[in-house]
Design a protein around this ligand. Sequence first.
Ligand code: FAD
Length: 498
Amino acid sequence: MDRMSDELLIIGAGTAGLSAGVYAAASGYRVTVLEMAGTPGGLCATWSRGGYTFDGSAAGLAGSGPGAPLYRMWKELGVIGRCPLRDPESFGSVRLSDGRTVTVWTDIDRFEAHFLDNFPRDARAVRAFVGALRACLRFDMPLAGEPRGAGPSALSTLPVLLRYGTLTLRRFLEGLSDPLAVEAFGNLVHFGGTDVPLLTVLLPLAYAHRRMTGIPRGGWISFARAIEARLGELGGRVLYGARVVRLKIESGKVRGVALADGREFPADRVLSAADGRFTRSLLPGGSSDGAEFDPRRMSDQPVQVNLGVAEDWSEYPGPLTWLLPDAPSAAGRPQHRLTVHHRCYDPASAPAGKSALMAFLESDYGFWKDLEADRARYEAEKRRCADIVVQAVQRFRPGFAGKVEVTDVSTPRTRERYTGNYMGTMQARKPDAGMIRTLLRGAARYDDPGLDGFWRAGQWVEAWGGITTAAQSGRNAIRAMCRRDGVPFAPGLRGDAA
Ligand SMILES: Cc1cc2nc3c(=O)[nH]c(=O)nc-3n(C[C@H](O)[C@H](O)[C@H](O)COP(=O)(O)OP(=O)(O)OC[C@H]3O[C@@H](n4cnc5c(N)ncnc54)[C@H](O)[C@@H]3O)c2cc1C
């Protein structure tokens, strides 16, 4: 590649943009990532208030343990080695309406014994669930283009993938006879309701059992900083406060970008790893409409309530869900349950003996967009959201309200403002019953048929969102770019280093 043509500009230093940056730099491109915010990570954000540190993402990294094909990617990206990970003991606990608390242990034997003990009437369903979980232990999410892909293990689990990739959690619940078992299984998923394929519950649980869903200590910022450091090591750079507003195009070819502050950057290749609607709007005649941006499809977006409390929650092995039979109203919706995540496993997240808590309330984007016109009402509703959470926890932990030292509420509009994601969406698309078809059909399209030199990656390009998806998306996009340019794709690790 000559000096001009090896330049690659990447829009967005979220997981996908950083990942694309690492693979491109390792493959010989001169990489500049342009990020409008002041820190890396995008939706994988971490922020501090009054001595407490909160995260904008919840679960762990799929395939983060040795032996998983994806482990190689996390090593290539510099996450393994730089970002300490913690494997959770539990996916969460649910306090049932009869006062019992059941825990979804990540150890399958322990989970099976615990659920059989609590729900003997549904022993058959519990065994079927656990059987499917054990079958999923043989499945590994493949790393595209690597010899150790899905392989024979995936073939042997194909029947399970097909069955549980199309059976929704809702249908599974309909087969249960004990209403308390419905409460327990129905709250396995913390976001997005029960219309998701059961596979989206089974696969993370199977990985967690294998100790392959590491959660970054130090918050998601330490994950993003680790990839940023790897990028720097490979000669790439990230510029912050750099909001891209326009593509420069000549004779149907990309020539660079223009920033909001008037700066211009020349390049023959631009990869957008930013919000999909924004990316579309960059294209000549690009409209930001389209079925994939149908507001009705995206309107469900949670509100995040963060609390800093002067009490220790480390007694809970994971997130805790309480059912709220009176369904108090906040954020424009009745709240039927409350899930509270804590970060006690990370001593840096709160002063000694105190806890950083994060709860998510059901909500929708339009509610906040409308409220925003009246700032006082918007702020009052945010306070109400915090109050609802505090009052709900207080019911189960008397004295809690008096120990709250910090409250911080982020709405879908907050996420939209900070990350540019349309409607503040946390996952551009959710997996649905078509996920198996998509898994089998393979890769998304990363180049643009109408504009030479324009590429894209990230959650908006893929069939569903998530951190692992975004990281893979960046990797896949650069593989495709290398293929197009006749450049060897160099993931950055040699021999047995993976
Ligand atoms: C509350 C919450 C919980 C979540 N829980 C999970 C979970 O449990 N598991 C999971 O896998 N995923 C989870 N996710 C989703 C996951 O975080 C995202 O799917 C993933 O991080 C998306 O990565 P991305 O790189 O595609 O996009 P983003 O993270 O959105 O990155 C895009 C970047 O582009 C930048 N940008 C946008 N426009 C411009 C511009 N014009 N110029 C310059 N820069 C720009 C943004 O600032 C941002 O940094 C969660 C998300 C949230 C919010």
